[in-house]
Design a protein around this ligand. Structure first.
Ligand SMILES: NC(=O)c1ccc[n+]([C@@H]2O[C@H](COP(=O)([O-])OP(=O)(O)OC[C@H]3O[C@@H](n4cnc5c(N)ncnc54)[C@H](OP(=O)(O)O)[C@@H]3O)[C@@H](O)[C@H]2O)c1
Length: 325
């Protein structure tokens, strides 16, 4: 038996239902995981409300951590009792128990707990590819990162600092600014209170930054472009405020021969080698203490709807986990 969150139509948080289901044995290439924690991510909201439609009815959630309780045919690298975690599909992380393909699974090192793992796999692997692959952040770089006190924001801020960068962050309140600063963000601006382009230019000798990491989307996209130096890289990796409207590519020419990418995590961890390398780097920065995973909100699995309401209302900071009852 498993307690799971499911939904039968796209819509608001009220479509989420807690159900008890019979779980079949794990299929070939799968293990059954007894989950101690599941991660809450903004993409779960897009799946629920249909911005990223999923076939219905559906489970929800892309992240979890727990213990292997059964293995399917052909599984040789994982065994009963292994402590494991994952980020990414198949959807269905909001669950007490689930079957999951081992090709997307990693073993947890000693020293990384289940809540910490459920809080960091998706946002941490995202931070890894954003900072180490999409743009290779180096000592001396000054970067701009929106939602610096959020889930990705706090991890990426600390990781960018560990790489030697200067981090300009944006947030929506003084309380969030204080949290971002406490995690090393060098210059934090409350978006609604400043002319961000002017501030960024002031901090970069009039040049602009080489890269902007923008998970907010619609509300910040154009401002972000104007914060870039000529030939800078715009990384539009999310839509917390809504999807970015279509625009003419010639805009990128007019604003300084800019580059634009709209990356997602899945292609960055699509092979065992890529997943192990990225997860290894994530575990290393966390175990070394360079990146602290802040689990600032915990909700019972049954309260997943409330957790999503709070995330969408910008009430959360750092990472959030759902705990099966
Ligand atoms: N492409 C990828 O691979 C990938 C992977 C993971 C996450 N993401 C994206 O990265 C972003 C951050 O994800 P997360 O899970 O770590 O969430 P989060 O940053 O913890 O929460 C989203 C934050 O966005 C800011 N925001 C600005 N305008 C908003 C609005 N209108 N409504 C709600 N929030 C708004 C809020 O911070 P302030 O109040 O400080 O403005 C809010 O706390 C999301 O867009 C997510 O989809 C993308």
């Amino acid at each position: 038996m498993s307690q799971v969150i499911r939904f039968y139509e796209h819509g608001g948080p009220e479509v989420l239902k807690l159900e008890t289901i019979d779980l079949p044995p794990p299929g070939p290439g799968e293990v059954r995981i007894h989950q101690h924690a599941a991660g809450l991510n903004f993409i779960d909201i897009y799946h629920r409300n249909g911005l990223y439609p999923v076939p219905l009815p559906s489970g929800l959630g892309q992240e979890g951590a727990g213990v292997v309780e059964a293995v399917g045919d052909g599984v040789t690298d994982f065994k009963v009792g292994d402590r494991v975690a994952y980020a990414g599909g198949p959807i269905g992380g909001y669950a007490s128990d689930r079957n999951y393909p081992v090709k997307n699974l990693v073993k947890l090192p000693d020293g990384i707990g289940f809540e910490q793992a459920a809080a960091m796999m998706l946002q941490g692997l995202t931070s890894q590819y954003l900072l180490r692959q999409t743009y290779d952040v180096k000592a001396g770089d000054t970067i701009l990162l929106h939602a610096a006190a959020g889930g990705v924001g706090l991890i990426a801020t600390q990781w960018a600092k560990a790489l030697g960068a200067t981090v300009i962050g944006t947030v929506s309140s003084q309380a969030k600014a204080d949290i971002a600063s406490a995690h090393g963000c060098d210059h934090v601006f409350i978006l609604s209170e400043v002319d961000l382009v002017k501030e960024v230019k002031n901090l970069t000798g009039g040049q602009g930054v080489p890269v902007v990491y923008d998970g907010i989307g619609k509300d910040t996209f154009m401002t972000s472009l104007d914060c870039l130096r000529p030939r800078g890289l715009m990384v539009s990796f999310g839509n917390a405020s809504g999807a970015v409207p279509a625009f003419e590519p010639s805009l990128l020419a007019a604003k300084g021969s800019l580059y634009l990418t709209r990356p997602t995590l899945a292609p960055h961890i699509a092979t065992r080698a890529a997943l192990d390398k990225a997860a290894g780097e994530l575990f290393e920065v966390v175990l070394s203490g360079k990146v602290k995973i802040e689990v600032n909100q915990r909700y019972p699995l049954a309260d997943a709807a409330q957790a999503q309401i709070d995330l969408a209302a910008r009430k959360t900071t750092g990472s959030t986990v759902l705990i099966p009852g």
